[in-house]
Design a protein around this ligand. Structure first.
Ligand SMILES: [Zn+2]
Length: 361
């Protein structure tokens, strides 16, 4: 019997060592990132039906409900109840490919499906070319006469795939509100940058904490990455009042990794804005199971609007005179307050974020 495991596909990542006929040790491939990163995504193929045993090279490479198992028909967490982060067994059907991953994968293929789903409701453009020559996607739900701009960004950190489903939910909710005649959604324009680190997402990079810095620490005096530079240029030549959310995800396991957060800086007034946002968010109906998101204070230079170097996206936005709100949001990768994260729940959270944002216009 031959079992093949590969990371050589878009969004693929992982280091694999075979230690027995049906047993493998897998690890995340750190590449140019530093620190305790967690992203991996592999495909397995066997010529016959078999059970494969996977041992994990380090802790925190899977969430409480195991890895995500993807087949042609479904994409689900392996376990229905919480289990350890040391090892797992997964059945392979002969001649069928099974995907295994730390979180729900989201690459160019998923974005393309979203583009088809939106149809004529959105306009798609290229923000710029990535370093590898790909078109960095830019989505617009237009209202050229608007005074207000809703700005959504995701995947400054390539591995943070669940943030893309949150973004999908927010964009879809904006379109739904506009089609329903909502006054605010009709009067303002939405601009979304669904994949800021296009090359990193395509290659399956961690993307976070790259050496010497990553896309979200590229908002200092000048920018090294083409997408960041192009976004800054675009906003600098756009005089409209900005309401912005930059979407992220934390790690896989642990109390702080398993709840949504709104990140506040230590700058005067920022915590009040974050708390006002949270109060509104937590008061909205339609958020079953997960009771609330929480505030998290990062009083660091990169998160401050007055810092000159290594600023993050939302801090740079807050440093601009015509930004009204710019918040970093974290949504869990695997577990939200005891409940497995799903694509539907991530989209629902995104829809609530969008309604919270527009409620403050
Ligand atoms: Zn992030």
């Amino acid at each position: 019997m031959t079992i093949r495991i590969s990371s050589a596909f878009p969004t693929g990542n992982g280091l694999v060592h075979q230690v027995g006929p049906h047993e493998f040790v897998i690890d995340r491939d750190l590449r140019d990132s530093t620190g305790d990163r967690w992203y991996w995504h592999l495909r397995l193929h066997s010529d016959r039906d078999t059970m494969v045993r996977i041992r994990l090279a380090r802790p925190l490479l899977i969430g409480q409900f195991g890895p995500v198992v993807s087949t042609a028909e479904s994409r689900n967490w392996l376990w229905e109840s919480p289990g350890p982060d040391t090892d797992f067994e997964v059945p392979l059907q002969g001649q069928n490919v099974v995907g295994l991953s730390a979180t729900m994968p989201y690459g160019i293929r998923e974005l393309e499906a979203f583009r088809v789903e939106l149809g004529a409701a959105a306009i798609w453009r290229a923000l710029t070319r990535s370093e590898s020559g790909g078109n960095v996607p830019l989505l617009i739900v237009p209202q050229p006469k608007s005074k207000f701009l809703v700005l959504l960004t995701a995947r400054h950190h390539a591995c943070e795939a669940m943030a893309s489903y949150v973004l999908e939910g927010a964009v879809s909710e904006f379109i739904r509100l506009r089609q329903a005649g909502n006054h605010i959604a009709s009067q303002c324009e939405l601009v979304a940058l669904p994949i800021m680190d296009l090359d990193g997402v395509a290659h399956g990079d961690q993307g976070k904490a790259r050496k010497p810095w990553d896309h979200n620490r590229d908002y200092g005096d000048s920018s090294a990455y083409r997408s960041v530079s192009a976004l800054r240029d675009r906003l600098t030549s756009d005089g409209r009042t900005v309401f912005a959310l930059d979407l992220h995800t934390p790690g896989l396991r642990g109390a702080i990794e398993e709840v949504p957060y709104v990140i506040s800086s230590g700058d005067p007034g920022d915590e009040e804005i974050a708390k006002t946002f949270l109060t509104k968010l937590n008061s909205l109906p339609g958020w079953q199971n997960a009771k609330s998101a929480k505030p998290l204070l990062f009083d660091h230079a990169w998160n401050s609007a007055s810092s000159r170097s290594g600023q993050c996206c939302s801090a740079w936005l807050r440093s601009r005179r015509n930004t009204r709100i710019a918040l970093t949001i974290e949504y869990p990768n695997a577990v939200d307050q005891g409940v497995p994260v799903t694509i539907h729940r991530a989209r629902t959270f995104g829809a609530l974020l969008l309604r919270t944002l527009t409620a403050q216009m």
